[in-house]
Structure formats: C-alpha cells, structure tokens
Write a protein that binds this ligand. Structure first.
Ligand SMILES: Cc1ncc(COP(=O)(O)O)c(C=O)c1O
Length: 391
C-alpha cells in the first residue's frame, strides 16, 4: 500500500523534546507535580486592553468575513509606526511589511518564497528547531555554523563565503537557546558581507522586546536602511505575551516581502480580523507592556542563575530573552538528554537538553523562565536534592 507521507517528512527525526514531554506527561498522570521549565510557552497574560479589543471586535459581524492575507492596513501601519518610533526605521506598509502567523510560519513561508531547490542557507547551531527544518521544507541546503560566540560565528561565516555561494544567512538575536545578543556593529559587519557576497540576511527577531537594563536589542534593519539585503521577522508572542494569538510580521527587503505576500495570498485569507485589530492596539498603545513583561523575566532569571551557579553550572550572561543557557558541570559525565531526564525523574523539573537545539548544544541545558517565582524557587530546591547527591 502507498505510504501517504512524503520522504521529506518521513525523514524528519523524532522531535528530541518529545522524550522529555512524554515522561513529563507520564509523571503528571502519576500525580507528580512537575514544574515545566522546558517549553518556552509564555505564562504571562496578554494585556487586558488587547483582550477587551478582541471581544469588542469579535462582536461586530463585519469582522467575521475573510480578512486580508497580508494583514489589514491598520495593522501594517501600526508596525510601520512602531519601527519608526522605536528604531527610526522607515518601512513602507505596502512594500516592506506583511503580517504572518507568528514568526515561525513567517520564517518557513519566507524561505519557501526566496530559496530555490538546492540553494545554500547558513543556519546557526544550536538553534530554535524550526531554523533547522524550515530550510529543508523550503528545499534549501543548510550549512550549519557553530553559534556559541558571535565573533566566532562571523569568522566562520566569512570563511564559508569565500568558498561557497550562499543565498540566505539565517540569524536570530537575541538568540534562543543561547541568549547571545549582538551589537549594531555586528549587523554592520554582516550587512557588509551580505553586500559583498550578495546574500539575504533573515533575522528572526522574536526576542526583540524581551531585554533588561535598558539594553534594547538593535534591529538588523538599522544597518541596512534601504533593506537591500535584509529581512527581519518580528513577533508579538514574547514581548507582548501573545503566543496563542499567532501574530508576527516579515519586514524589509521589497522583493522578498512581495514574494512572501504572493505565496501567502495563495495559501490563506489572513488572521481573524478581530485578532488583527486587537494586535494593532497592542502595537500602537502599549509600548510599556513589554518592559513590564521583561522585568518579570529578569527577576526570574536572577533566581535561576544564582542557583545554577551554586550547583556548578557556567551560565551565559545575558540581558535578553526568557531563557537561561548553562553548561552542565564537568562532574556530570553523561549527555544533556540523560541529565534532563534524570532531573525530571529525581526533581520533578522539566528542562530542555542542549542537544535538542543541534549538535553544538550538547553539554548545555536551557531553562525557560515560564513559571512564577514561587514555582521557580521550588524547582531550584528540588534540583538541589540531585546535586546534594553528587557533590
Ligand atoms: C527564535 C524563535 N523564533 C520564533 C519563535 C516562535 O515565535 P512565534 O510565536 O512568533 O511563531 C520562537 C518561540 O519560542 C523562538 O524562540
């Protein structure tokens, strides 16, 4: 009988985090109180003004029809104004902005609309899993570059560019999982390379609004004001805590944005209009909310870092994201997956093994700061038991 699943999907490996997830669910079924710091699913609610606007707009039957796949003008204008206000960048709402179903869908369809079969695309390793798979879905050939240090990343990229033709370089700073951040100068250097070797830079900017100490992460587009070689993916998921709403944008290079807009117009009719209207309220009126959300993540981060360091981890210092990335102490000789499974078993805490983000993530763990401080304190106490046994 025919196997109605294609070779591409058949060949995708089992999602590495499934192992942890399955055991977490099993433990919960058995009545254990598992504290989940594995999955980066924000627990902070969306602002009430946005929820109220959604309810109000949903009650208007005019909003029940198909919307516009590229996003309503009011939403694209809100983004245009935000980029001007925050970064002093001039985007055109028709040429340079398209609404996406979060940055995850946006990235995948963007790559499908810019890559031809076999085109080389550079991706950082470790990376958020879709960064490994979207290039394959789009028919590209991924070239992985170790990304545990940003200068090293640029050096390695420069070497590759000297020997290979690359169509796209995918980056994502502030970075998940490593929490690495970059300066505007990093983007200046990257844009210089892009102009020299003629490739498109795609920056997944999902953590643009989660930052501490006033250190707002720079935008790639500020180093390429005409967007000749750059696209940025922006998202309301993390900064505005709107994960389930699925609202993101692709911004920048006109040909790439128009290509994505065209592809999307064949595939869908756009996000439910009340969600778009409510999202415009978030973008226009709530600049201060991501700062509040960030403050919460920062407080949680301090708690985790203090404890992990006491357990013997080396923690990556960072002023952004909702994660902690840490090197497992040397006395633990097994792999990051074993470590995560043991922590789940002994301490009822779910964490992500670094290997789940790519081979360069081996030896690390990622903790997502998605439980309140009391639960995080409890998680750290639970983990203490594991380390008391070892030290
Ligand atoms: C780097 C990165 N990109 C994209 C996403 C998904 O974001 P969105 O909800 O906008 O699709 C995540 C979520 O964890 C992420 O870490």
């Amino acid at each position: 009988m025919t196997n109605f699943s294609n070779n591409l999907i058949n060949d995708f490996p089992e999602y590495l985090f499934n192992k942890i997830n399955t055991q977490k669910l099993e433990a919960r079924k058995n009545g254990r109180d598992v504290i989940d710091l594995g999955y980066g699913n924000p627990d902070i609610p969306t602002h009430s003004l946005v929820v109220d606007k959604l309810i109000e707009s949903a009650q208007n039957k005019k909003n029940h029809k198909y919307s516009v796949s590229k996003g309503i003008l009011g939403l694209r204008s809100a983004m245009k104004n935000r980029y001007k206000r925050i970064y002093d960048i001039d985007l055109h709402e028709e040429d340079n902005i398209v609404n996406t179903i979060g940055s995850k869908e946006g990235l995948t369809h963007l790559l499908m609309s810019v890559l031809d079969k076999g085109d080389n695309i550079v991706i950082p390793d470790p990376s958020y899993p879709i960064h490994h798979f979207a290039p394959l879905i789009a028919g590209g050939t991924p070239i992985k570059i170790k990304c545990l240090d940003v200068d090293q990343f640029l050096n390695d990229l420069t070497e590759i560019l000297n020997t290979k033709k690359v169509k796209v370089v995918l980056i994502s700073f502030p970075h998940n999982p490593t929490t690495l951040t970059v300066t505007q100068e990093f983007y200046d250097r990257l844009v210089f390379l892009a102009r020299t070797h003629d490739f498109l830079i795609v920056n997944d900017f999902a953590y643009s609004d989660v930052f501490f100490e006033g250190q707002r992460p720079p935008s790639l587009l500020n180093s390429d004001k005409e967007f000749s070689h750059s696209v940025e993916l922006y998202s309301l998921t993390k900064g505005y805590s709107m994960a389930g709403w699925r609202v993101g944008f692709a911004l920048g290079n006109k040909e790439a944005i128009q290509s994505l807009t065209k592809l999307k117009s064949y595939i869908d009719y756009g996000t439910f209009q009340p969600i778009q209207i409510a999202s415009a309220v978030a973008i226009n009126d709530l600049d201060s909310y991501p700062l509040e959300v960030s403050k919460t993540y920062k407080e949680r981060r301090l708690l985790v870092v203090e404890n992990l360091e006491a357990f013997g981890f080396s923690v990556y210092a960072s002023d952004a994201t909702m994660f902690v990335w840490a090197k497992i102490p040397d006395f633990y000789e097994k792999k990051s997956m074993d470590f995560s499974l043991e922590i789940l078993k002994t301490s009822n805490v779910a964490i992500s093994p670094g290997i789940g983000f790519g081979s360069e993530g081996e030896g690390f763990i990622r903790i997502a700061l998605v439980e309140n401080k009391q639960r995080i304190r409890q998680a750290m106490k639970n983990m203490q038991i594991f380390f008391d046994d070892k030290i």
